[in-house]
Design a protein around this ligand. Sequence first.
Ligand code: ADP
Length: 179
Amino acid sequence: MRVVLLGPPGSGKGTHGKGLSAELGVPLISTGDILRQAIAEGTRLGLAAQADVKAGRLVADETVLGLIETRLGLPDAKEGFLLDGFPRTVAQADGLGTLLQSGSCHNLDHVVNLVVPVEVVVNRLRERWLCGSCGTIYNLSSKPPKVAGICDVCGSTLKQRADDEPATVRARLEVYQRR
Ligand code: ADP
């Protein structure tokens, strides 16, 4: 199954994507996660993307298309995938179309668009904490951890995403609405 998840920051693409990925047996591929990992590791890609991600701006289409091409070429994505955070521009959507055709013409099965009001996503992102190790997502109101600051699943420390601070959230929402 080949699925694209669309929706503004904080709409639940990552949360629902994880559940769907387990249910469908296909990998959840998040361009945001790949970029954050590259930044943490200080790779060439990470260094190139760092300033844009920090400011909540879109990373260049060629950069994102390159990393998606590499990721979709891995064996676990052969039978399907869930894309979270990609495509985000018309050029990326066209690029995905080209990639799918070149891989012996696989069509997408579904595109799911999550629609959530702006006030709701702003509140959600303010209260979002994540596990630094296993990536489990918490919300201080709707899904708090059992022990404050500690992941229920693996016991690691929880953190907030640097780009979840309100000014950057506003920039990300603006970028999302413009595209
Ligand atoms: P969210 O959807 O919650 O804003 P993501 O984790 O999907 O967060 O993305 C975080 C940041 O990574 C974005 O603000 C942007 O800088 C960059 N990014 C992620 N996906 C893309 C993409 N498809 N094209 C360009 N930039 C991207």
